[in-house]
Write a protein that binds this ligand. Structure first.
Ligand code: MG
Length: 162
């Protein structure tokens, strides 16, 4: 068995950039899903287990910031890295307040990109562990006072959320 590949969602309206960055990252053991609109990114994240999303800030349709918020809302442990062009650093910083892991300015070097993605992936793995630990602790608290049926129901709810 090979090592686990990181499932990466990339959304950018510049198709040429999208194509070249996807190719580079696929060669470096990422599973890439590339889309050109925020709406499509949200759909793709519903159908695939995404680890990290790389999101362009300026796009037609819903913005990168809105895409970020929706992704974080629906997939609590997913980490999102924002891509920004010149002159949009302020908005990119705002995005980190809305839950983005980090931001990168385009054009960014491959090494910098890889470093950021790997760090974001580590964070995602830790998030998932923490969330699961928290759920287990909650369950342990419930189990002191609840019936077996109640515990089973809670377990099913937790499984659905995950
Ligand atoms: Mg753009």
């Amino acid at each position: 068995m090979g090592k686990k590949r990181i499932n990466l969602l990339i959304v950018d309206d510049e198709e040429q950039f999208l194509g070249s960055i996807s190719k580079s990252l696929e060669l470096r053991d990422f599973n890439v899903i590339a889309v050109n609109r925020g709406e499509k990114a949200i759909e793709a994240a519903k159908k695939n287990a995404i680890d990290i999303a790389l999101v362009d800030l300026k796009m037609p349709g819903i913005s990168g910031e809105e895409t970020l918020k929706r992704l974080k809302q629906e997939h609590q442990w997913m980490e999102v890295v924002i891509l920004t062009g010149h002159g949009a650093i302020d908005s990119a910083v705002e995005c980190t307040k809305s839950g983005a892991y980090s931001y990168l300015q385009k054009p960014c070097g491959l090494d910098e990109l890889l470093e950021t993605l790997q760090a974001a992936y580590k964070k995602k793995v830790m998030n998932k562990q923490q969330i699961e630990e928290k759920k287990m602790n909650e369950l342990l608290n419930i189990s002191i006072s609840s019936s077996p049926r109640e515990i089973l129901r809670k377990l099913r709810d937790m499984d659905k959320e995950g």
